[in-house]
Design a protein around this ligand. Sequence first.
Ligand SMILES: [Fe+2]
Length: 331
Amino acid sequence: MSDALILEPASTLSLDVEKVRDFIETCLTHHGALLSLKDLSDQFKMLELSQLAARAFSSDMDRIAGLVSDARVGIAGLDIPVVYNNDATRDAISGALVAMSLSQHIMPSILDNHNNTPFTMFNASNESNEALNRAGLMNISPTDILDFHSDGSIENQILSVPDYIAIYNIFINYAKRGNFYWVPTLSMPSFHDHVQSIGYHQEYLFELTPAVYGDKSMDIRSIAARRAKTSIFRQRDNHIVTFMNGTFLGRDSNGVVVKTDLLKRFQSDISNNSFRYVIKQQSRRMLFLNNANGFHARDIFEEPLEGYSTTRSYLRSVSKSAQIVGEIVEI
Ligand SMILES: [Fe+2]
């Protein structure tokens, strides 16, 4: 079959458990007490930890950075081993601290609006999933299918495509967690045809996938519906950055109907690309993505485990380095 799907496993590294233990006990512990995630809002502390982590795990970090910066690959997984079998809370926090120390070496990140940390924490529960569904918000609850897209970031009403994204799953309390998928732009034979036909027009209107922040009580603290005026492609150095997020409204900012079919064809070509990387979703696994040079998607999460109020908790970091593509417009 000529159009068979090639699923290439993404390279995944696992840190050495003794090195991780040593790092936690020498760098993440102060007078015998483990740091908290909130401590990572101290930018000097965060910088120091990222430098210490880069030294402690230098060969792993070099390998990850090499895979992720190579646009032909653009994805890597990193597993943080369990260190404290008898203390799940200490183990979860120390694992997340290690993950963030490493991610901040590879991709210094923008700060979360609420916490000033270089990551945003997302907590999902069955209740919040239901609330999201009731609010009619697609694609953001763990039980929704998330089709191929690139992530955007918004700062001061400016819309950008961040170069890198890191996602660290503290835990996923679903029996069926499925896979995460990655299509490098360079693996799409038709990519340049789409660029030619869609062009570099700067005024396509998109309804962005809302940003949702989970707080400690798992409430939906804020839901920001946003509309953006943006280009889909931007030429940058020797590659083309693609913005692909949310719902294309089928018209430009002057209200003129434009290129709906071309965009649909491009989106379906990403979904039907004959090559993609695949990586299993699991707890304590961090995914690094070259967001400027590819598209990601994931399977639906199914069968929540009994007895856990929080179904998934993850940290998401967005690199400071980014390509500006558009701006937020008033609805
Ligand atoms: Fe995403």
